[in-house]
Design a protein around this ligand. Sequence first.
Ligand SMILES: O=P(O)(O)OC[C@H]1O[C@](O)(COP(=O)(O)O)[C@@H](O)[C@@H]1O
Ligand SMILES: [Mg+2]
Ligand SMILES: [Mg+2]
Length: 356
Amino acid sequence: MGIWVQHMAITIGSTLSEYLDAEVARDSSLADTAKTLLALAAASIDVSEVCGRGALAGDLGAQGETNSDGDVQKALDVIAHKRFTEALQSAPVAEVCSEEADDVMVLNPGAPLAVAIDPLDGSSNIAVGMVVGTIFGIRPVVSDPNDPNASFKTPGTTQTAAGFTVYGPATTFVVTLGDGTRIFTLDRAAKVFKLTHDRLKVVDSANEYAINSSNGRHWDTPVRSFIEDCMRGEEGPHDRNFNMRWTAALVADAQRVLIRGGVFLYPGDSRKGYEQGRLRLLYETAPIAFVMEQAGAAATDGRGRILDVVAKKIHERSPLVFGSKEEVASVEAYYDGRQPAAGRSPLFGQRGLMRS
Ligand SMILES: O=P(O)(O)OC[C@H]1O[C@](O)(COP(=O)(O)O)[C@@H](O)[C@@H]1O
Ligand SMILES: [Mg+2]
Ligand SMILES: [Mg+2]
């Protein structure tokens, strides 16, 4: 069923701005969130244009400084960070926590909202012209004179909206304000996002998983066993064959899961610095978790719901498993020892494919 504003129904083809008007008509407390989303969408259109020019826009993958997490910043990381923070300056946003800034940035003191943002997700794809994106989560400001990061130390359930942009063959703006998840696709000629996927419902089960299997030798037993059993296909305890996809851009994997189902894993592993995986809680895993739950999917760190986790540090990492409910529940079962007791395959055994 569509949302109605005044006498206009929100249907496929409605603009993002019409949809946000409808959300504000439904719940007036979302007015500032809606303004902030429009600012994020405007900046996404600009970044999309830069991405669309590819090498004509210069060397977007040129390496520069190192960011707070130890990643080398690419030119496009810096362009996107600058454009998004400029856009948020004209929104009711007091604070921004960006992957590309060490500390929380103060924009409009006294404004009601705080934004966590990964300005450019999938940076290793920049230099090869593959899919990248932007991820964002919006939450209310929490004032604490003793803690400049207090706004970001609340659970993901406090987010008023979250979403991501995908700069791919099409540019899409995926968003939830807590009333379902929708995808808007950029009409490049009109420079407007239009609703193309209303109230997404992720299928409860699908035969596709996404994981960077080059890290297989570093995984812990639950992840190893789950993937091993997927690889065993019809001969394993899952009784069906799986396909595998890994785009190296969380946004693209998330969009695929929204549309086609499946499960994504970036677990913690035994590499130094990867004990909590690679993805960051505030501007990667919490926004994706909100989008997924609102589309009827699930998101866990393997042991509990991502949206209940409270950050202790702004750039902290979190393991992430999301997707079709049954697959996510299955991964959780491996973590708490309830996995199918069909015996381990030789793939990860003493002298299996992944071990010498
Ligand atoms: O290179 P790996 O270890 O497979 O990691 C890929 C993951 O890292 C990320 O690129 C991290 O995001 P950034 O590019 O914003 O640092 C995710 O988009 C992606 O899922
Ligand atoms: Mg990222
Ligand atoms: Mg990034």
